[in-house]
Design a protein around this ligand. Sequence first.
Ligand SMILES: Cc1cc2nc3c(=O)[nH]c(=O)nc-3n(C[C@H](O)[C@H](O)[C@H](O)COP(=O)(O)O)c2cc1C
Ligand code: SF4
Length: 563
Amino acid sequence: MTTESVNQELIDRQLVEEWADKPAPLLGVLHAFHTRDGYISESAMRAISKVLRQPLADLYGTVTFYHHFSREADGFNKPRVCTGPVCSLQGGKECLSALKDKGATPMPCAGRCDEPVPVLIGNEQFVGDAKGNLTRKATPLPPVNPAGIEEVVFSKIREPERNTLSGYRKTGGYEGLTRAVKEMTPESVIEHVKASKLAGRGGAGFPTGMKWEAVAKAAGNPKSIVCNADEGEPGCFKDRAIMDYDPFAVIEGMTLAAYATGATRGFIYLRYEYPETSLVLEKAIAEAYTANLLGKNILGANFNFELYIRRGGGAYICGEEGSLLNSLEGKHPFPRNRPPFPVTHGFENLPTAVNNVETLAAVAQIIKHEPEWYVNLGLNGNAGTKIISLSGDVQRPGNYEVPFGLPLRTLIYDWAGGPKPGRTLQAVTMAGLSGGFLSRDDVESATIDEPSIRNKGSMLGAAGMIVLDDSRDMVAATHNAMEFFAHESCGKCFPCRIGTQRLMERLNGGGPNDMAVWLEEVNDINEAMKSVSACGLGMAAPLVVESLVKHFPEQLKVHVEKR
Ligand SMILES: Cc1cc2nc3c(=O)[nH]c(=O)nc-3n(C[C@H](O)[C@H](O)[C@H](O)COP(=O)(O)O)c2cc1C
Ligand code: SF4
């Protein structure tokens, strides 16, 4: 080593040491180097390895697993252009080619499907067009629903200055936490949330009150609250809007979760692609500390809660809670085998509640009201509301908060204006991409709730919906989806690692050209993936192919037999 490189490593070690005693240091350190140097240099890698005591080979595997941490000089400042499933329909690939001479590279879905095409340069976010022109635009505010139906999470989001502490308080913010701390025991907060029938909004729909109760009762301290703000599912962009315009609702929800469960530390795990949201959250957290709404003896009660932000490195699988926890701990972000579940063995193997952004923002409202208020907002026996991220070939894309049980047709046609002029609806994806397609007929009869969507052979999940009109090639759309799953499969288990690749090939001209043989092979792969994949990615990926076979057999037949 030269004297220069020894000196550089000493400087780099100092940077790592600044992080070493903080909780969940690795992601913070990687971002610090990425921003400072424009990439993660060899010297930075050696310094991290030594100070955080991680073998260099393991560290190399972890850093390169993430999409965004560049190992090439100045990689951080080169444009990354979204070519995800929605953006590729709306100029993403053309935008990428137009920016090629600036060193642009593609990135998987970046969570701005309502206003394509997102482009990241360093920590700045732009909206690009097919010619490569870039403009700065704020995250779109959610459209107001034309039916005047009562909202919960979005009820105050359009109020000016809602993302400042004074603006938040002026519009009813922190009334829930004040009520909880002054008038309720932790047990009664849990009972209240249980009675509201709130279930997780991140996709799995687990009852929130039950999750909190399990954490409260679990042995081991300190306990943690983790806000899952990874939002990597293509077609989902609701959490970004909540955090940009109503960050205190998320912070208040986390603080309520901490009060209820006895947790003393919290993390917001924010996806890499939302750097400006990170600034909004940092500012809000600082304001909350100043006003004694975070930290020690919150609101004068015997209750402490410290809150940290950690930004991911770009990996869809890090939205899966086990993978997220490994990522926070600085380990290779593979999903964890379950059981045990995070409620007993979460962050650092201690009790942890992992909750989605929307779930936590809803809690802040629910505690202000009686549980029945929330339950009764749903239609036809369903409880509460859900935010739908609607994108693709629809006139008014955006985030819409709907009562559970609303006819799907009402949302797509009456609220969002239906397909673009001269076009008809061909299909709508559910759960982002993970639920596969519903057909035009399904849209006419489905209501927006898990039982109705399951009845159609799909799932609502986190409720991203991408509309595809009659101009779209459904085999190509399915191939795009499988390309995403294959790219994002973490590779831990072979049915998903290999199955997503084999399905992708069969959707792109590979495999047999006899329809019966094609179907037999694909069915075989699907069944293997669904029954033995280790996490939801591998279990759900076959749905998109199954729904292609079910709803669009003519298009598929042409694709298979033309070879
Ligand atoms: C592949 C995969 C990706 C996921 N991505 C997310 C995500 O981006 N955000 C999220 O909140 N939950 C995601 N989940 C669900 C989480 O594992 C977990 O159920 C959720 O964060 C729990 O919060 P909730 O109960 O409030 O929904 C994902 C699950 C899988 C299998
Ligand atoms: S199913 Fe896929 S994403 Fe999930 S653990 Fe297995 S390889 Fe990884």
